[in-house]
Design a protein around this ligand. Structure first.
Ligand code: NAD
Length: 466
């Protein structure tokens, strides 16, 4: 298969190429076009030219176009899902789930409209708030959910009248490029463009005077760089960053009922989810049955190529992340007890067994850092206040969950956790109409819901004497 960039309505080759690796084999899958700084300038210029027409086209025309993108994606859903598995590693079931989510996300945003709001009309003044598009949006994406992230950025950006430059992560560019081919048939030139880099053009986008808004999802370290680089141009931005979500099990929970949810929340997408469960806190009396149940579930997992039937967990997306996880496992082995997994199956792919570790010192790396993989520490606690304090001691504050037999108690405990989202008796439930985002080092701004939609706009207040 050949892939091209979408620049100003044309599918073109990159100035250079980069190799995309299939993480299930560790071998090259195919090469992708890689843009240089000149091509990026062309893209930004085209996006600026396209903006006035797209902004004034109105919601009805834009809605039709975003729906057409969703239709086109749906028509080729299975092809996209297969490519997603090949470049990202997730199982074909997970890839199909991601495609379903991406299509539904586009449809959700296609149906939204920000209408002018009358803030006051009292005979003396009529004050109206209108939401205007910001201009050119840079959508900078991570490698864990390439298509879902793309949909959740371009959906709200396009419907509100912005033009978009989509930049996938260098290890997962192919599905975004294929989506660009669909967009070339549907959208006017410059309204949506695709650019691929080798981690070198993101910083150009976030500092460029031709970009009005950076919608960034990625690691906290890179998010901090983005924040620093927006200063000179006073650029608007939203940062969806890393997390270290805790699952807090209360003493009235049923281990049997909770364990499968915890395991799934920690190992879905091979644990490569910003909002995955990344540490567990359990009452000391519950440790033995909980650890036994998690060990059983880990032993049942089938790690392998995501395209193979029966695989329940695919590989880690890239070599750097795989090596980071091996390092964290070595550290956990030295400081705690590995009760399941801990190995890296042979075969050339970046495979990690689902790994459960217990009794680590609280200050250990696996408890404190974001592992972003299927390696889960289970920590005992004796006192609930102390457990909440340990959870809140993290710089991260993306998500978290409380597990209990008493929902009201769960809600009361959840409100004491310093995170953007805290679930009770579930994890990873993210309806499109509910805003999500991070507290503390997990981000600034919100995605999804009305709040997330408004981030792609700026208010103009019209204040008339009547
Ligand atoms: P990353 O920060 O390495 O890269 C993310 C994107 O930023 C890539 O497209 C990359 O090319 C680009 N980039 C690199 N340097 C840049 C710079 N200086 N300026 C601008 N852009 C630059 O993240 P990753 O490893 O691809 O993704 C994993 C991380 O993303 C994890 O920490 C995870 O928790 C986080 N994440 C967060 C959310 C959320 O919604 N909060 C969702 C998914 C992933």
């Amino acid at each position: 298969m050949t892939f091209q960039l979408l620049i100003d309505g044309h599918l073109v080759d990159g100035a250079d190429r980069l190799e995309v690796v299939n993480p299930a084999t560790g071998k090259p899958l195919c090469s992708a076009p890689r843009a240089d700084a000149d091509q990026l300038e062309q893209v930004i210029a085209a996006a600026r030219r396209a903006f006035p027409g797209w902004a004034s086209a109105g919601y009805a025309a834009r809605r039709g176009a975003v729906e057409a993108l969703a239709d086109a994606l749906e028509a080729r859903r299975d092809e996209f899902a297969r490519l997603l598995t090949e470049e990202q590693g997730k199982t074909i079931k997970e890839a199909t789930g991601e495609m379903i989510g991406a299509i539904a996300g586009l449809r959700y945003f296609a149906a939204q409209e920000l209408t002018p709001e009358t803030l006051r009309d009292d005979g003396g003044s009529r004050i109206i708030e209108k939401r205007q598009p910001l201009g050119v949006v840079a959508a900078i994406m991570p490698w864990n959910y390439p298509m879902l992230m793309l949909a959740l950025k371009i959906g709200p950006a396009l419907i509100t009248g912005n033009t978009v430059i989509a930049k996938p992560a260098p290890t997962t560019p192919l599905t975004t490029l294929l989506f660009g081919e669909l967009a070339a048939e549907i959208l006017p030139p410059g309204v949506l463009q695709t650019i691929v880099d080798q981690n070198d053009l993101g910083k150009v986008l976030s500092s460029h005077p031709g970009i009005n808004f950076v919608s960034f999802t990625g690691s906290t370290a890179t998010g901090q760089k983005v924040l620093a680089s927006t200063v000179d141009t006073l650029k608007r931005f939203s940062l969806e960053l890393g997390g270290n979500d805790a699952a807090l099990i209360l003493d009235d929970a049923s281990v049997e009922a909770v364990a499968p949810h915890i395991f799934h929340g920690a190992t879905k997408n091979a644990g490569q989810i910003c909002l995955a469960i990344k540490r567990v806190y359990a009452p000391r009396a519950m440790m033995e049955p909980l650890c036994a149940a998690l060990t059983r579930l880990a032993a049942e997992a089938v790690v392998g190529d995501g395209l193979h039937q029966g695989t329940t967990m695919g590989p880690i997306n890239n070599k750097a992340q795989y090596e980071k996880l091996l390092d964290l496992i070595a550290d956990a082995r030295a400081n705690g007890t590995i009760i399941a997994g801990g190995g890296a199956p042979e075969g050339g792919g970046y495979f990690i067994e689902p790994t459960i570790v217990r009794d680590l010192p609280e200050e250990s790396r696996l408890v404190q850092e974001e592992q972003f993989g299927p390696v889960l520490p289970v920590q005992a606690y004796d006192d609930l206040d102390e457990a909440i304090a340990r959870i809140n001691a993290s710089d991260y504050g993306l998500g978290g969950s409380v597990w209990t037999g008493d929902v009201e108690r769960g809600i009361a405990v959840a409100s004491r956790i310093e995170s953007g989202t805290v679930w009770v008796n579930k994890h990873l439930d993210l309806p499109f109409d509910v805003p999500m985002g991070g507290a503390k080092f997990s981000g600034i701004g919100r995605q999804q819901g009305l709040e997330g939609l408004k981030e792609f706009t700026q208010p103009t207040i019209i204040n008339a004497a009547v």
